[in-house]
Each structure stands twice: as structure tokens, then as C-alpha cells.
Design a protein around this ligand. Structure first.
Ligand code: FES
Length: 167
């Protein structure tokens, strides 16, 4: 009888260990899986492609990005500076991205024009969903182009925001 009881208890503990291991795995998966369709790291639903103008940049805060329309090609540029990670604002007066931290300047296509950044602005892939809206894949980052790359020739529209101008 005592042996039977011991066996039952052993089984009970084995079962408990399996349950705990299962719960741990579930929790880990729950923490690591993509965060649905809303937060940074997920695919962020934004706007239809034709609502991204051919001038300026559309800020998408939740994606920490800007949508730009470069000659009909809509792209999502990360606002995280490729130098030391400051948030790079778009300067309305110059029509360029200008980092306030150490002065890196990028054109509207994200190419590095000047400053200490080692490359142009990083980019997140986009896709147009069945609903006709642009989704920014913030879980994937493509490194910006090397210095010297200039895919567009857009002169500054006006004064810089970081050199005494007003954005
Ligand atoms: S963090 Fe942008 S230039 Fe240094």
C-alpha cells in the first residue's frame, strides 16, 4: 500500500513538473511573439499610398518612422538617427531631415548629405494590404545607404531648422 501511495505521489509530481514546464513555454512564447497589429515591432497599419504627398514627409509616430513619396515610390524611413540614435525631425522649411543632436542632414529620400552619421536613414519595408492601406514592417530594418549616395536631387527649400532657421 505504501508503495502504491509513493507511486501515486511520484506521478503527481511528474505531472506537476510537466504542467509547470508547459506554462513556462507558453509564457515565453507569449512574450516573444509579435505584438499584434499595433505596437512598434509589428506591422503598423497606416494610410493609403495616394495620401502620401510628393513633398514633405508623413510622420507615423507609432512606427517611429516617416512615410515619404519619392517620385511615386512610397517608403518608410526610420526616424532613429544612424549616428547615435536621436530622433530626427523633418524640417519643413528646408524640406530635409535634420538631426538636432550633432547635425546630420538627410534628404527626403533618407540619403546622408552631411554630418557624422555613418550612412543614410534606415528603412522599414512596407506593403499594401488587402484593405488598400500601407503597412510598415517595424520588425524589420534595412540599413540606410552609404555616404555619397544621392538618389534624388532636391535642393534645400529654405532655411535649415538646426542652423538658426525655423521649421
Ligand atoms: S545622433 Fe544624429 S547626428 Fe548624432
Amino acid at each position: 500500500m505504501a508503495m502504491d501511495r509513493r507511486q501515486v505521489l511520484t506521478r503527481f509530481w511528474q505531472f506537476g513538473i510537466v504542467l509547470v514546464a508547459g506554462a513556462g513555454l507558453w509564457t515565453t512564447w507569449d512574450l516573444l511573439r509579435p505584438t499584434g497589429a499595433s505596437g512598434f515591432g509589428a506591422k503598423i497599419r497606416t494610410v493609403p499610398p495616394d495620401s502620401v504627398p510628393e513633398e514633405g514627409a508623413v510622420e507615423v509616430s507609432v512606427a517611429r518612422s516617416y512615410l515619404v513619396n519619392i517620385e511615386g515610390d512610397v517608403r518608410a524611413l526610420s526616424w532613429k538617427c544612424t549616428h547615435l540614435g536621436c530622433r530626427v525631425p523633418f524640417c519643413e522649411s528646408s524640406g530635409r531631415f535634420e538631426c538636432p543632436c550633432h547635425g546630420s542632414v538627410f534628404n527626403r529620400a533618407g540619403d546622408l548629405l552631411s554630418g557624422p552619421s555613418p550612412r543614410g536613414m534606415d528603412e522599414h519595408p512596407i506593403e499594401v494590404g488587402d484593405d488598400g492601406l500601407i503597412y510598415i514592417d517595424t520588425g524589420t530594418t534595412v540599413e540606410g545607404p552609404p555616404p555619397g549616395t544621392e538618389t534624388i536631387d532636391e535642393p534645400a527649400l529654405g532655411p535649415s531648422c538646426t542652423e538658426g532657421g525655423h521649421g
